[in-house]
Every structure is written in structure tokens, then in C-alpha cells.
Design a protein around this ligand. Structure first.
Ligand code: PEP
Ligand code: MN
Length: 372
């Protein structure tokens, strides 16, 4: 199924305040005072399009603040009445959807811990049938683009037209600088697969710490994301959830003033010419890379046959170690990041192993179809 959407979707949104389409507000609604005061300060920043606050919080461990519940929906309504800002909250089951709709919440988002579960997403989609509300779907916590697209399809199939995606990063076992891995290639692939779908970045949940939010936001803008969802709180250090990643409305204003917004398409035709030429060069190099890869894999297959004939295992870990060390040093001397070298050679090595496995086990001598 193709998710069919209207390109001008968020631009027609009543609260649209230009790019980036900006959603901000606290991680959680805690007290009426905290919600109202955050909203009042945010309303003074002209760029905000939607006020957010979590009412039901999916927390990793029990005994932490799990959200204020239904009462907070009244506070959100109050925000709308007083500041005119449309309001949004996270829904994680049918009951949440009914309660949020009953209170006239303008936008609903499905969180990362919910979008992993097709049963729950389907239930939410069923509750949304025939309703005209804006819905955003966060990426699932695991980097599975089909699951993300599947969730979007379920909600689109329920008839939701004002639909968007939120990129909030992916969890990993390794402890890294960021709380969640951005894996930018996933939202980029999502854009390729569903070009009309608005995509918003949530730098707060990717970063996990306020000092990284500007860099991540800038990157999202440079990748032509439509908007940002950034958590803000009048007193971030005292926040009951996600304290270290929330910004004061003032700090948010300052961050926005530092954000550089570049054009998606250059208006000057001369710039397009230069870009076109450089892109042609890139295509030539990419063709080279593919030709080289073909040659490399042929050698790998020859080695595979040799190993088979001589009863040698495929994986020779000392050899693999040697390769990694050698290419790392070489890559470094050429100014290539160890991340690139690592990813590239891991993929190449995996493909070599796959091909050699095939040769060993199926006796396939040569599965290069161009040689048939
Ligand atoms: C949130 O937006 O506060 C939230 C819980 O996000 P996520 O689903 O991305 O963890
Ligand atoms: Mn949060």
C-alpha cells in the first residue's frame, strides 16, 4: 500500500509558523502552573506551531513518574484557550486516543515504544477511523524502517490525512555520546520511500543532553527535515522526566536564533549548474566503487573455492584483524573517519563471507549472472 498524502499538509496547518515546523513543550505535564507558564513563555517565541506535553509517560522502569493522566488534558485545553497554540500529546492505546479526542487535543503522536508494536498501532488506528486529527509517528526504538512505514500505513489506512513522522533516534546497547543513535540513513530512506510525508526531527530524545541539541537540529535542517520537536520546561533541572535534555523557553529561543536555515533548492540557476557538475563527478566515483566491489568479490569467491578444495574454514579471524588494522591506518592517513572505514569494511567482509558460504555449502561455482 502506498501512503498518499498531501504535500502541503503542514503548511496548511492553522498554527503554521514557517520552517522549521516547531513543536515544543515539556516532556511531561507535571502541574498546571508548570504547563501554563512554559506555554506562556513559548507563545512569545513566534516560531512555535504546536505546544506538546506528555500526559501518559512510557517509562523504562516502574516507580518513576508515569504521567499526570487525564487531568493534564484539561491543562492542555487551557493552554489552547489562553495562548492560542494548538496542543499535542502522546497516545499509546485506544483509551488515550478517546480521552485526548474528547478533550479536543489537536495533534497526537505515537511514541517510539508504541510504534514497535503492530497490534497496538492497529488498535490506535482503529480508534482514529473517521477522525480528522493530525498524527505523528515516532520511529520504533529499533532501526527497522519497514516497521516505521507499517505504522504509518496503518494510520493512513484509517483515513488520517494529516500524517507525519518523527525521527527520535534508535536505542543501542553500547553507551555512546548521544542517548539514542540518529542513524540518519533511516529518515533519509523514509523520505525516498514516501517523498510527501512531513518528517520532523526530535533532537531532544536523540541527544539526551541539552548541549547536543543545536548540532542535531542543524543537521536535521541541513537534511531538509520539515520541522523539529524540542522539549522545553520552565525549570529543566527539576523536571520529573528527561531533566537533562530539556531547555528553558529562553534557551530554546537562543538556539533557534543560531539555527541556519538553508534553501532546499538554489534559486540561482548558476548554482544549479555547479551542483549538477559536482553531482556528475559523484556518480562517476560511485560507478568506480561498484566496479571495484565487483572485482573484489570475484577474488573473494576464488579464495572461497580454494578454501573449499583445501578444507579450510571461511573465517580466519587473524586475517580479518589484519585487514581492519591495515585499512584503518590507511583510511586515517587519507582523512577518512574510522566510522566510515568500519562500516564499509564490515559490510564488505560480510558479503565476502556470504559468498564463500554459498560456495562451500551449495557447491555453486559461480553465481555471477553476467557470466551465464
Ligand atoms: C517523549 O516525546 O517524551 C517520548 C516519550 O518520546 P519517545 O517515544 O521518543 O521516547
Ligand atoms: Mn521526553
Amino acid at each position: 500500500m502506498v501512503v498518499k498524502l498531501d504535500t502541503s499538509l503542514i503548511k496548511e496547518w492553522e498554527g503554521y509558523n514557517g520552517r522549521p515546523f516547531l513543536i515544543s513543550g515539556p516532556c511531561s505535564a507535571e502541574t498546571e502552573e508548570q504547563v501554563m507558564e512554559t506555554a506562556r513563555q513559548l507563545a512569545k517565541i513566534n516560531n512555535i506551531s504546536i505546544f506538546r506535553a506528555g500526559i501518559w509517560k512510557p517509562r523504562t522502569r516502574p516507580n518513576s513518574f508515569e504521567g499526570i493522566g487525564n487531568e493534564g488534558l484539561k491543562w492542555l485545553r487551557h493552554v489552547r484557550q489562553e495562548t492560542g497554540l494548538p496542543v499535542a500529546t502522546e497516545v499509546a492505546n485506544q483509551k488515550h486516543v478517546y480521552e485526548a479526542l474528547k478533550h479536543g487535543i489537536d495533534m497526537l503522536w505515537i511514541g517510539a515504544r508504541t510504534s514497535v508494536n503492530p497490534f497496538t498501532v492497529q488498535e490506535i488506528a482503529d480508534a482514529l477511523k473517521g477522525v480528522d486529527v493530525m498524527v505523528f509517528i515516532k520511529n520504533p526504538i529499533n532501526p527497522d524502517i519497514e516497521l516505521w512505514i507499517g505504522a504509518l500505513e496503518r494510520v493512513a489506512k484509517a483515513g488520517i490525512k494529516r500524517l507525519g513522522a518523527i525521527h527520535r533516534g534508535f536505542s543501542s546497547y553500547e553507551k555512546t555520546t548521544y542517548r539514542n543513535q540518529p542513524n540518519w540513513q533511516l529518515p533519509i530512506e523514509l523520505r525516498r520511500r514516501i517523498p510527501d510525508l512531513p518528517i520532523i526531527c526530535d533532537p531532544s530524545h536523540i541527544a539526551g543532553a541539552r548541549e547536543y541539541i543545536l548540532d542535531i537540529s542543524q543537521k536535521a535542517m541541513d537534511l531538509n527535515f520539515d520541522g523539529l520537536m524540542i522539549e522545553s520546561h520552565i525549570n529543566p533541572d527539576k523536571a520529573l522526566s528527561d531533566a537533562s535534555q530539556q531547555l528553558t523557553p529562553n534557551d530554546l529561543k537562543e538556539l533557534l536564533s543560531r539555527l541556519i536555515l538553508r534553501n532546499a533548492l538554489p534559486s540561482d540557476p548558476k548554482l544549479l549548474d555547479v551542483l549538477g557538475e559536482l553531482r556528475q563527478q559523484i556518480d562517476v566515483f560511485d560507478d568506480h566503487l561498484i566496479d571495484l566491489m565487483e572485482q573484489r568479490m570475484k577474488v573473494s569467491e576464488t579464495i572461497g573455492k580454494y578454501k573449499k578444495e583445501n578444507n579450510i574454514t571461511i573465517l580466519q579471524s587473524t586475517r580479518w584483524d589484519e585487514i581492519v588494522k591495515r585499512v584503518m591506518i590507511k583510511g586515517q592517513s587519507k582523512g577518512l573517519s574510522s566510522e566510515l572505514i568500519n562500516n564499509m569494511f564490515r559490510a564488505i567482509h560480510q558479503e565476502s563471507i556470504n559468498r564463500q558460504m554459498k560456495i562451500m555449502n551449495n557447491g555453486i561455482e559461480n553465481h555471477n549472472h553476467s557470466n551465464h
